[in-house]
Design a protein around this ligand. Structure first.
Ligand code: ZN
Length: 297
């Protein structure tokens, strides 16, 4: 009985101590990397929905390092504690008063995602476990246009990122965009048409337009659209030129209409198989699109 009592007393002591530790964490210590996400800080979490171990920052970091003991690591209690944060974060909480931008590459390069002051959220499919640097008050991204805008010359959205399948079996070899059945779809790069398959609406009716840019030695392939009647193999199309209407050729229903855009190295007439194919054949296209002045969004 006496032993049991001591156990309870000790446990109560630990709880009380825990309470005191939490109570002393204040905004005054915001600059300290202490594993607590405090006012004024930007914080990474190891798991989605701001769960798991936290890594807190009072400023920008261009390179996190990749090896202990010198890397920036997760410091809070919970899953991931002690791991280097590079390519390991799933969510963030921006408790600073500034916008913070998370980048795919070190040195504030590559695809990115912005978190406004006070924002709390998961990293996008592109950046989840692919975080390599972050910057407070990032420069305005002048001159860059979103792919989802350029494809339609109007507002669209990405419905599935590269390798972004969550419930479909296989690996997604391109990026899916949505605006609506019947809207113009435009060429994202200049090049020569090397293949057109018109297809038909519904599953099994896949349409394909492949445009090859010789100087970049890349093919950009558009699936599921209704290709314009005038399109011919050998024709040169300019960036921004309307080439098709959004449709659901090779897609089960009109409600799922979208345009799949796939970048492939070299001269490729056909898209890689995505659905049901466990092998990812294409490289991640985000750096390619960024190099052409596009944001992958
Ligand atoms: Zn797709």
């Amino acid at each position: 009985m006496a032993t049991l009592n001591r156990v309870f007393t000790a446990a109560a002591g630990v709880i009380a101590l825990g309470g005191i530790v939490l109570g002393t964490a204040s905004p005054a210590s915001a600059a300290t990397r202490n594993g607590v996400c405090e006012t004024g800080e930007f914080c990474y979490y190891f798991n989605s929905n701001t769960k798991g171990s936290v890594s807190d920052f009072g400023g920008s970091v261009a390179d996190y390092g990749t090896k202990q003991p010198s890397c920036y690591d997760f410091k809070g209690s919970g899953a991931g504690k002690g791991k280097c944060i590079k390519n390991e974060a799933a969510s963030v909480w921006n408790r600073s008063g500034k916008t913070v931008r998370v980048y795919y590459n070190t040195g504030y390069k590559g695809s990115y995602q912005d978190f406004k002051a006070g924002a709390k959220g998961n990293l996008s499919a592109t950046l989840k476990n692919q975080n390599a640097s972050h910057r407070f008050s990032p420069p305005a991204s002048t001159g860059r246009v979103n792919l989802s805008y350029a494809l339609y010359n109007a507002t669209g959205r990405i419905s599935c990122h590269f390798d972004g399948y969550t419930s479909t079996p296989g690996r997604h070899e391109g990026i899916d965009f949505v605006r609506g059945v019947g809207v113009n779809v435009r060429a994202l790069i200049t090049g020569q048409i090397i293949h057109v398959a018109r297809g038909r609406t519904g599953s099994g009716g896949l349409s394909t337009i492949s445009i090859y840019n010789a100087s970049l030695n890349k093919s950009v392939i558009y699936l599921h659209t209704a290709p314009n009647a005038s399109l011919k193999v050998g024709q040169t199309v300019k960036k921004g030129q309307a080439i098709a209407l959004e449709s659901w050729r090779g897609v089960g229903s009109s409600a799922s209409a979208h345009t799949h855009v796939e970048m492939r190295p070299g001269r490729q007439k056909y898209a890689s198989k995505s659905v049901g194919d466990p092998v990812l054949s294409n490289p991640n296209p985000n750096a390619f699109w960024n190099s052409l002045g596009y944001n992958v969004r």
